[in-house]
Design a protein around this ligand. Structure first.
Ligand code: PLP
Length: 495
């Protein structure tokens, strides 16, 4: 097993006044740490010299304790490497329960957790979540990312690291990056903003979390899109909100229905540029209805603009925030799709009068975002790599999208309905009556075909059956095979 922690000192204390000799105290402490699982098989142990220095005692009792532990098989030495917890400890001492965690002892009594946490579904355990391969959702074409350019920037930045960059930063994020994002959003997304309103977050998920903490008391009603993005709903439930699913049709969220269901909701979450999962774009009249509702009821709109860099039939649609003259919209964007998901960087545009409470809450959450990738990303944008990458990816995804739509038409004829294909890196297909998407997705996952079922995106009873098909990560030439594999899940059905 690999060496862990490079011989970091375990929690061992000795007491000179205690009755037991020092070597016995050291022996007992190590044995107890190993038996309770805090020291693991293969983990390196500090040298006798290091431990003696750390405990402020002579080396002799440490040597005695180590030789006893070696003799009993708790420790082993490796020539030239040092002393380790024995790699052949019985499984009983090293095995972990489900999820790789040790379980609490039996009989520890009631262990209550918050109801909102207890009721969260565990969709993340489904096989189609975050697996790589044809059709998986949320997967950009990572092999096309300019890794060389990015690594050079990381190296350049790390080599010249200033001591000032090691200090806590501002809760809103790095000034240079906020300036770069504000310029990009004004120019490309029609967002009305200054750098002072931009907060850097660890992906749009954190933006929604901060927004909920600032704007929504527990118990607040929130409109969510039906069907809608699962992780937003989970986050709102975790924040104690009550969700009002508002149906989405070809024009996006149906605002009139939302008003009938719950006029006084405190907020609405929408993805107007490219609705997730159906892929439709919110019409201009719905946008104005939504803004009008928010204005009349004093409610907030959270606009999730997660992948609108990629629009194929027309120029990117300008943001809802850009139409808002009453500062009711909190605009949220991410680099997860445009660059890569593990970057964990996104941004939000906060109405100027709310900057202070947002800053205070963010500071209480995690103080400030980490520095390094913010600085690297600021350079990546300012030096033109970001816009170059987006331009290349737009062409690539357009090709992959057309290949997917063509193959679906060829293999399925009119059997599958596709509600929207103008943008993003995924599209939804709706199944005819009689098919159950979760069953088919489960069957497909056994063949390593990752199909996200549509029906779990609904909160209400009237769910449609279908799939959300990601095309970002599947080369156009592999699309015919992938779609034929999809077709083989429906044997003996006419197209
Ligand atoms: C609707 C929607 N919003 C946002 C995101 C991105 O989230 P994050 O920025 O937290 O990675 C996704 C990713 O799949 C998404 O589908």
């Amino acid at each position: 097993m690999a060496t862990l922690l490079g011989g970091i000192s375990p929690l061992i204390a000795v007491d000179r006044k205690a009755g037991a000799p020092l070597h016995k105290q050291i022996y007992d402490a190590y044995r107890a740490r190993i038996l309770d699982g805090n020291l693991r098989a293969g983990q390196q142990i500090p040298s006798t010299r290091e431990l003696a220095a750390e405990l402020g005692i002579s080396r002799i009792p440490v040597l005695n304790a180590y030789s006893q532990l070696l003799a009993e098989g708790y420790f082993e030495t490796r020539v030239g490497s040092g002393t380790f917890v024995s790699s052949s400890l019985p499984d009983r001492l090293t095995s972990l329960g489900e999820h790789g965690v040790s379980q609490p002892d039996a009989g520890v009594g009631p262990r209550p957790i918050a109801e909102r946490a207890a009721t969260l579904p565990h969709e993340v355990r489904q096989p189609w979540v975050y697996n790589r391969g044809a059709f998986n959702v949320s997967q950009p074409a990572l092999e096309m990312f300019p890794v060389g350019v990015w690594s050079n920037l990381v190296t350049r930045y790390s080599r010249g690291l200033q001591v000032s960059a090691l200090q806590y930063g501002g809760a809103m994020g790095l000034e240079e990056l906020r300036e770069a994002i504000a310029a990009y959003l004004r120019t490309s997304r029609g967002v009305r903003c200054e750098a002072g309103q931009i907060m850097i977050v660890s992906g749009s998920q954190q933006a929604l979390d901060v927004s909920a903490r600032v704007l929504l008391d527990p118990g607040a009603f929130v409109w969510t899109e039906e069907p809608g993005y699962w992780l937003v709903k989970h986050m709102l439930v975790a924040a104690g909100c009550r969700l009002v699913p508002v149906p989405v049709d070809k024009e996006g969220m149906n605002v009139v229905t939302g008003i009938k269901l719950c006029r006084k909701a405190r907020a609405a979450y929408v993805a107007p540029s490219h609705q997730y999962p159906l892929g439709v774009t919110m019409s201009a009249s719905r946008r104005f209805q939504l803004l009008d509702w928010a204005q009349k009821t004093g409610s907030w709109i959270i606009e999730d603009d997660y992948d609108s860099e990629y629009r194929y039939e027309s120029m990117p649609i300008s943001s809802l925030q850009g139409l808002d003259h009453q500062s009711r919209v909190i605009y949220v964007g991410t680099f997860s799709k445009a660059l890569f998901p593990s970057i964990r960087l996104g941004y939000m545009v906060i109405p100027s009068d709310l900057v202070e409470p947002f800053t205070a809450v963010r500071h209480a959450m995690d103080i400030c975002p980490p520095h390094l990738y913010q600085a690297v990303l600021a350079d990546f944008i300012r030096e033109g790599h970001f816009s170059r990458h987006i331009r290349r990816m737009r062409l690539l995804y357009a090709e992959r999208r057309s290949a997917l739509v063509d193959c679906i038409r060829k293999e399925f004829g009119s059997m599958l309905e596709i509600p929207g294909t103008e943008a993003g890196m995924h599209l939804a297909v709706l199944l005819p009556n009689g098919f159950r998407d979760v069953d088919l997705s489960t069957k497909a996952a056994r063949q390593k075909l990752w199909l996200w079922p549509l029906s779990p995106c609904y909160l209400g009873e009237n769910s449609r059956q279908g799939f959300i098909l990601g095309f970002g990560n599947t080369p156009a030439e592999e699309m015919p095979t992938a779609v034929r594999r999809l077709r083989s899940l429906f044997p003996n059905t006419a197209s």
